[in-house]
Ligand binder design. Structure first.
Ligand SMILES: [Fe+2]
Length: 190
């Protein structure tokens, strides 16, 4: 399950219904795909895509996505730092950014045009759609690895446009992970 943190409001959401509702309010889709199916997280990309073909086809039909692939990023990835540096500054795309997490953890920061910056820590089983034109940035968690299905409306058009706002510099990419236990104040905020 994702962990949603709104730092400015001292709020944390860890319940699927609460997360889905909150993210819908700022234009994002969030869902959980059944991760109980018998497919290893390190299976070849084609097997991963085949295992989730039903969900992928449904998303394609709904969002106009034409292709899907599997991205693998870890500490052995050549040019990892340069790759991460492309996405850890506030940017937007002319296409939706759709990710289903197979393995690993990362944090999307979302900067709504109005309202507080929202951090979404994602893990295996999380599906997220960041609509085109949404200001956002992305960091990996400490293990520095993520494997995810990506969907594209036009793979050629998917590139970052930077806001150069500097807003990203004010937010530490905090990862809480499965062991995170909410503080009493966070519980009281709900
Ligand atoms: Fe992005």
């Amino acid at each position: 399950m994702a962990i949603v943190t709104i730092t400015d409001e001292n709020r944390t959401l860890q319940d699927q219904e609460a997360i889905t509702g909150f993210l819908a309010g700022i234009g994002l889709d969030y869902d959980r795909w059944d991760s109980s199916r018998q497919i290893a997280s390190n299976a070849p990309a084609q097997e991963i895509l085949a295992a989730y073909s039903e969900e992928i086809e449904a998303l394609k039909a709904r969002g106009g996505y034409v292709t899907a692939d599997v991205i693998d990023v870890n500490s052995l990835t050549p040019g990892l730092e340069a790759m991460l540096a492309k996405f850890n500054r506030e940017h937007w795309h002319d296409e939706d950014e759709v990710r289903f997490i197979i393995h690993g953890r990362g944090v999307f920061h979302i900067h709504p045009r109005e309202g507080s910056v929202v951090a979404i820590e994602v893990e295996a089983g999380d599906l997220i759609r960041v609509p085109r034109d949404t200001w956002h940035w992305f960091n990996l968690c400490e293990t520095r690895e993520i494997r995810a299905i990506r969907l594209f409306q036009d793979p050629a058009g998917w590139a970052p446009n930077y806001t150069e706002s500097g807003v990203d510099a004010g937010f530490e990419p905090m990862c809480f992970g499965a062991s995170y236990f909410p503080s009493q104040s966070a519980i009281n905020q709900r």
